[in-house]
Design a protein around this ligand. Sequence first.
Ligand code: 5GP
Ligand code: ZN
Length: 112
Amino acid sequence: MTCIFCQILARELPGEILYEDEDLGVINDINPEAPVHLLIIPKRHFDSLNSLDDKTAQIGAKMFLAAKKMAEAQGIQSGYKVLINNGREVGQEIRHLHMHLMGGWGRRPVRK
Ligand code: 5GP
Ligand code: ZN
């Protein structure tokens, strides 16, 4: 069965895609823990960060760059944090690699 993030990025499930390119999609977290809380998700399915290797490392680099660009787009470039939960024991709920981008506590959020 296809995972929920694969389904959202394939537009098989509702979910507003804020940004996408050939490698990544970005959506709002359904249960935000910050005024701006986005999820940066590779289109290719990787279970977790553990699934990346030398051949796919560029995906990780692209995720960081997308975080920077999305922080700028959301007007939170002066302060934000990124997080990847890797493994159920630290709270990885969705088994599809994704990076949380959180910020906006100091200002009104700009949500699209
Ligand atoms: P994790 O705990 O795996 O690092 O993060 C999963 C995140 O995905 C959680 O913050 C949760 O709120 C979010 N989430 C779970 N299901 C959905 C969904 O169907 N749509 C969206 N947009 N976010 C989801
Ligand atoms: Zn997936």
